[in-house]
Design a protein around this ligand. Structure first.
Ligand code: CA2
Length: 149
């Protein structure tokens, strides 16, 4: 088993820290990547950190995680959370833990944000902790995969 984990980010998360800071905070996606690298190093993981505004590209990266025998996958599907059967089907292929992350508490927002296709395949879901949730998700992956150091 590889010690690589994939951290995938869906549409518009490239605008993190640039637009709507009152909702998503002032940290940028580059800050999130640094946070993930730091958390991953604690557990001996290396990280493939990516963002796309395109559903098919996210699907391709999930296939890549499968082909590379990644140890686990963290995903913030953003706007695809509530719509994407294609991402759900791709995640079903993985035989390693998937952790779903949301920066905000999706249950305290509009009703339509509450139904997540990804949650039906995720081993765990983290939401409402801001970008710290990514670090918690990686710590959780380490616990689930026995990679804790
Ligand atoms: O809370 C989250 O992490 C979300 O996945 C963020 C998504 C939203 O559709 C989900 O319901 C919850 C939206 C991501 C958009 O990111 C932006 C970042 C900065 C400015 C504008 C959008």
């Amino acid at each position: 088993m590889s010690k690589t984990i994939f951290v995938l980010n869906g549409p518009n998360l490239d605008l993190l820290g640039i637009r709507e800071p009152e909702l998503y905070g002032r940290a940028t996606l580059a800050d999130v990547e640094t946070l993930c690298q730091t958390a991953a190093q604690r557990h001996g993981f290396t990280v493939e950190f990516r963002q796309s505004n395109h559903e098919g590209e996210l699907v391709d990266w999930i296939h890549e995680a499968y082909a590379d025998k990644a140890a686990g996958l963290v995903i913030n599907p953003a706007g695809f959370t509530t719509t994407s059967v294609a991402i759900l089907d791709a995640l079903h292929i993985l035989q390693v833990p998937v952790v779903e992350v949301h920066i905000t508490n999706i249950h305290a927002r509009e009703e339509f944000r509450r139904h997540s296709y990804v949650s039906t395949v995720a081993r765990a879901v983290v939401c409402g902790f801001g970008i710290a949730g990514y670090g918690l998700a990686i710590d959780g992956l380490a616990a689930l995969t026995g990679a804790e150091v």
